[in-house]
Design a protein around this ligand. Structure first.
Ligand code: SAM
Ligand code: SF4
Length: 463
């Protein structure tokens, strides 16, 4: 690595939003150590891969990437594998990819400055032993890459040990940050001009302030009242710990978005039990009823579903299909069960053949597509508040997002400039697809998120 000029790094991220936000914090930490971020691996002294091992496919990606860029080692570049694959595979990564210098799991990111010194001295470094820590990874500087939304980790790790999932093994035990530090970060985000915040954790509902014992619902309501913040989202909720006061908070604090992501995984109580999810189909539906009972809001509900978990019978799968009909989700993320190292499900009998998993996934997605058609179509005629995310000149369309987290693509009157990214505008919805809404800038007034024009209190900010 050449250290005459300023040291540079390139980071590529795989996987979930937690990983993307970890990369923002890792980048901040590297910048505070004198590194400069670059956009291409070829231009960097240090190349980092922040990895995901939730499914086998995600895990394999990083090894392909390491093979593709091995040639750059000749130029003196250093390689680092961080995140879940690093934690899971540990020093085996050095055997499989000897050009790697640093392997570190997410619980060790606080030690990055020391680990960097080691690799700068030409040594190999590992950060793999901190999973029992009670500390969280907070940095003075976070290199935020999303121009509109500031992410805040409120709880790290996971103690749930679902039978199929690697996360408790790769991210360590659950540890919450203090509400004070979360609120300080929220205020810094607002001061930097961002107006949307997303609170992150593998199981945000387990949040508990280590000092004041404040709950997730209390924290959520407080973040929603930070001056300058117009939208607050959160992910992911676990049904076992999802409480009514979260719905009450959404119902009363206007900046909290009309959206809950509540992964169900299966519609069969037998499968849920085998998955060690700690709730039944009936208890899940009870939570859905709480969300639907919100008095002032129409709250969108999305979920995650795994098909082909070991032992999932045709009848279990039919119950998942029936659950889709019953709940009418606004969106789903669906996955074929992927056997993962260290997890109890690996030893379970009655594995479902790959073709059967593929067929179930296709049937599930087809059903959900049919459910989303009317779900999205019911917005036609409404005026929704959209946060502007970008502009597609070729299509002449502005890309935005509703409070319910639905993509809203819209046109502006001829001759008018597109509204600036990050602004909030009212959009009249004129057409709907199963995954997006289409409309035009409404010039006759704005609305509270999720409300129809007739209830609109006043104009939204726009240019
Ligand atoms: N903590 C969250 C929860 O409890 O729902 C989500 C964690 S995980 C990053 C996101 C989703 O990946 C899970 O909800 C689950 O549907 C899916 N997933 C996790 N492990 C999986 C596996 N072994 N095979 C297939 N999908 C899996
Ligand atoms: Fe994995 Fe379950 Fe924890 Fe979610 S709650 S991260 S699925 S173990």
């Amino acid at each position: 690595m050449s250290f005459q000029a300023q040291k540079t790094f390139f980071i590529e991220t795989f996987g979930c939003q937690m990983n993307f936000h970890d990369s923002e914090k890792v980048a901040g930490s590297l910048v505070s150590q004198g590194y400069r971020q670059v956009e291409a691996a070829e231009d960097a002294d240090l190349i980092l891969y922040n990895t995901c091992s939730i499914r086998d496919k995600a895990e394999q990606k990083v090894f392909h990437r390491l093979a593709d860029f091995k040639r750059l080692q000749k130029e003196g570049k250093k390689f680092a594998v961080i995140g879940c694959v690093a934690q899971q595979e540990g020093e085996r990564i050095f055997e499989r990819a000897p050009h790697v210098s640093l392997v570190a799991g997410s619980s060790s990111y606080r030690s990055l400055p020391q680990l960097l010194v080691q690799i700068e001295q030409g040594e190999r470094a590992t950060g793999l032993n901190d999973r029992e820590t009670s500390q969280t990874f907070e940095t003075e500087f976070t290199a935020r890459t999303n121009p509109h939304r500031g992410y805040i980790t409120i709880i790290e790790g996971c103690d749930k040990f679902c039978a199929y999932c690697v996360v408790p093994y790769t991210r360590g035990r659950e540890r919450s940050r203090t509400s004070q530090s979360v609120l300080e970060e929220a205020r810094r985000i607002a001061d930097s001009g961002l107006t949307e915040i997303q609170l992150l954790g593998q199981n945000v509902n387990s949040y508990c302030d280590p000092l004041s014992r404040a709950s997730f619902a209390e924290l959520l309501a407080e973040v929603g009242q930070v001056p300058g913040i117009r939208r607050v989202r959160f992910t992911t909720s676990h049904p076992r710990h999802f409480t009514r006061d979260i719905v009450e908070a959404i119902d009363t604090v206007p900046s909290l978005c009309d959206h809950v992501h509540l992964p169900v995984q299966s519609g069969s109580s037998q499968v849920l039990q085998a998955m060690q999810r700690e709730y039944t189909r009936e208890q899940y539906l009870e939570r859905i009823a709480w969300i639907r009972a919100a008095r002032h809001r129409s709250i969108a509900i999305t979920t995650d579903i795994i098909v082909g978990f070991p032992g999932e019978t045709e009848s279990d799968f039919e119950q998942t299909m029936a659950l889709l009909d019953e709940v009418q989700f606004d969106g789903i993320f669906s996955f074929k069960y992927s056997p993962r190292p260290n997890t109890p499900a690996l030893a379970m009998e009655n594995a479902i053949p790959e073709e059967e998993k593929t067929a179930r996934l296709a049937a599930l997605n087809e059903k959900q597509r049919e459910i989303q058609r009317p779900n999205y179509a019911r917005h036609v005629g409404e005026i929704l508040e959209a946060m502007v995310e970008g502009y597609h000149p070729a299509r002449g369309q502005v890309a935005g997002r509703s409070s319910q987290n639905k993509p809203v693509n819209f046109t502006v009157p001829e001759g008018s400039p597109p509204p600036v990214p990050g602004s909030y505008v009212p959009v009249r919805v004129t057409r709907a697809f199963p995954n997006s809404l289409v409309g035009e800038l409404a010039t006759d007034g704005g609305v509270e998120p999720g409300k129809r024009l007739a209830e609109a209190p006043g104009p939204c900010s726009r240019i």
